[in-house]
Ligand binder design. Structure first.
Ligand SMILES: *Cc1c(COP(=O)(O)O)cnc(C)c1O
Length: 458
């Protein structure tokens, strides 16, 4: 399928990069000054240009600048911004009713979203889904369900993990600054195992899966006791941690360790899920069948919706009244999610994610041969990152260089995001509605910027 046939959706936007002012432009600067007097300093922005419209593969700001979007609002607008089916369904729902509270009066669209997720989630047997408002809330509920179903308290998470910003989920998150600093004390019964991070595994990538799995087994059997562990929670590809793809075989070993000990496996697919990586769930790359799966970001095309999907007998372990929330599974967000599934099917966006990924990998692979500051290229589908390192060091992270590359991309009209425990990862998450032309143009800009900044860094 050619990208040109993809629906741009939303406002009628010219699909072109255009830099009309300095970045941020005068109108954005005005609004930024206003933001500083209205919004707390703790709420920052990667690229502080205020948005006027977005769709296809561009974000247009209030000064008339048009940026190529390699961020999708952090992996949210996978089907595109204001994708046709999402916008139409949500608009129609807005005019029928906006809210009843599913716990007071249910409505059918909630069931339709759950049916979709139950059917799509890997693994045999009956499934159930609960809808919530955000990723963090999905993780919170997965932990509640896992504890209720097993009668055990402990949750094992990994180094470099990100699971959210609420008290429980920031306790599950690995990185101190900026997520945790000053916000303790944290939740108890959270334990951390090393992640099988091939690029940074001390004894080399070939030993990574086996040694990391052995460390997990040791944590469970020797330090904690399996009887005290409810679940292992893992991102199949770590998101904020820097798009760390676990060493091949690691996730399978984790699943084996869990199932041999009655520990549940929770896959946090909040960033990886819903077509982003070229499968509906990134778990499918290792034929993993998690007991519970959390989704959110890409689920409703930009409207706030999260979900926990899991085996019926686990999900049903919580008695009536134990789960829910006032806004959870809002009807407008449910219609938007149904629109997302329609777009994925209609335009075969799983295939499109693989195509976008192949194009990115090819370009970035070539760049990594030319520029040794690119230490690693990794990811799956439309979720690819490069890790920036010192040229003369041994994989020494170069966060300042990564930040300069990102900033220069922004002033050239390409929105990229950074990530990583060491802040030295540039991650690329274009919407699948981006045209091939814009994708190629964005990658060419990135190449030019890296050439300039890498030369300046020598
Ligand atoms: C973004 C993210 C979360 C948190 O989602 P919010 O909607 O921001 O609460 C949790 N887990 C992963 C893997 C994420 O990427």
């Amino acid at each position: 399928m050619s990208a040109a046939s993809l629906p741009v959706g939303g406002p009628d936007l010219e699909q072109a990069r255009r830099i009309a002012t300095e970045i941020p432009g005068p109108r954005s600067r005005e609004l930024l000054a206003r933001q500083r007097s209205l919004v707390p300093a703790g709420v920052g922005a990667t690229l502080p240009v205020f948005v006027d419209a977005a769709g296809g593969g561009v974000i247009v700001d209030v000064d008339g600048n048009s940026f190529i979007d390699f961020g999708s609002g952090i992996a949210v607008t996978t089907v595109g911004n204001s994708a046709r089916a999402v916008a139409d369904r949500a608009a129609a729902q807005l005019n029928r009713f906006t809210h009843t509270c599913f716990l007071v009066n249910p409505y059918e669209s909630y069931l339709d979203v759950c049916e979709k997720l139950n059917d799509l989630a890997p693994g045999p047997g009956e499934k159930r889904t609960i809808l919530v408002n955000s990723g963090a809330e999905a993780v919170e509920n997965a932990v509640k369900i896992a504890r209720a179903a097993t009668g055990r308290p402990g949750i094992i998470v990994f180094d470099h993990a990100f699971h959210g910003r609420t008290l429980l989920t920031m306790s599950l998150t690995a990185k101190n600054k900026p997520y945790k600093q000053g916000f303790g004390p944290f939740v108890s019964e959270v334990y951390r195992a090393p992640m099988a991070y091939p690029f940074r595994w001390p004894s080399g990538p070939e030993n990574c899966a086996e040694e990391a799995a052995a460390a997990l087994a040791d944590l469970v059997d020797r330090q904690l006791g399996a009887d005290n562990v409810a679940a292992v929670l893992v991102e199949p590809i770590q998101g904020e941690g820097g798009f760390v793809v676990p060493a091949p075989g690691f996730l399978t070993r984790v699943a084996e360790i869990c199932s041999a000990r009655g520990i549940l496996l929770i896959a946090d697919e909040i960033q990886t899920g819903i077509a982003r990586t070229g499968h509906m769930f990134a778990c499918e790359y290792e034929s993993l069948e998690p007991d519970l799966i959390t989704t959110a970001k890409g689920l409703a095309g930009g409207l706030p919706l999260g979900a926990v999907t899991g085996r019926a007998e686990l999900m049903d372990a919580v008695p009536d009244g134990g789960l829910g929330g006032t806004f959870s599974g809002n009807p407008v967000a449910c219609e938007a999610a149904l629109g997302v599934f329609e777009e994925i099917e209609r335009y075969d966006l799983l295939e499109r994610a693989r195509e976008v990924g192949d194009t990115m990998r090819e370009h970035l692979g070539e760049l990594s041969y030319t520029y040794p500051v690119i230490g690693d290229v990794r990811g799956r589908g439309a979720m690819i990152a490069i890790e920036i390192v010192e040229i003369d060091g041994d994989r020494v992270p170069a966060p300042d260089l990564a930040a300069r590359i990102a900033k220069r991309c922004h002033t050239e009209g390409l929105l990229v995001l950074t990530a990583g425990s060491y802040g030295n990862v540039l991650r690329f998450l274009p919407p699948l509605s981006i045209s091939d032309e814009l994708l190629e143009e964005g990658l060419a800009i990135l190449g030019d910027v890296i050439a300039k900044e890498a030369a300046a860094a020598v």
